[in-house]
Design a protein around this ligand. Structure first.
Ligand SMILES: [Zn+2]
Length: 153
């Protein structure tokens, strides 16, 4: 299913500084697909050329989405305490004009809103089956429903 998302929104998954893949369970795939759709609808053609996913993964039972324009990586993660972390990492490399192009602060803000809504939705959704779930701390931190939690023990 991750291939479907990548094939559906190829611009969002290509041309960035690097791409580390989608590493989440099937229960969260519809949430991620919805984020990609919202971003596709919101961004202009010009902004779409500047937006790239870096990595989409599960971290501490949370949906974590790394993204950025071509010349830097914005890390948008939610810690176990529910604090959203932002980190901007400059990447070296190409200095052509296109690589220096950046998204406007207003557009970045709207992208973060879309991602935050998805992270809130994922925080109540079983990563494996999509049913209502919650954070489980054993045997490792994960977000599961009761049934999947029993199956993984
Ligand atoms: Zn489940």
């Amino acid at each position: 299913m991750d291939k479907n998302i990548i094939n559906q929104y190829p611009q969002q998954f290509s041309g960035g500084p690097y791409w580390l893949g989608i590493n989440i369970g099937p229960g969260w795939m519809p949430i991620v697909a919805h984020v990609c759709q919202e971003i596709q609808n919101m961004l202009s053609e010009d902004d779409l050329r500047k937006f790239h996913w870096i990595q989409i993964k599960e971290k501490w039972g949370r949906l974590t989405m790394y993204w950025g324009p071509k010349h830097q990586v914005i890390i948008s993660a939610v810690c176990p305490e529910g604090i959203v972390e932002f980190e901007s990492v400059a990447t070296d490399g190409n200095q052509d004009e296109d690589m220096k192009a950046d998204l406007s602060p207003a557009i970045r803000e709207r992208i973060l809103e879309i991602i935050t809504r998805a992270q809130e939705r994922a925080s109540k959704t079983c990563e494996y089956c999509g049913a209502e779930g919650s954070i489980r701390s054993w045997p490792h931190i994960s977000l599961l429903c009761e049934i999947c939690n029993q199956l993984t023990k």
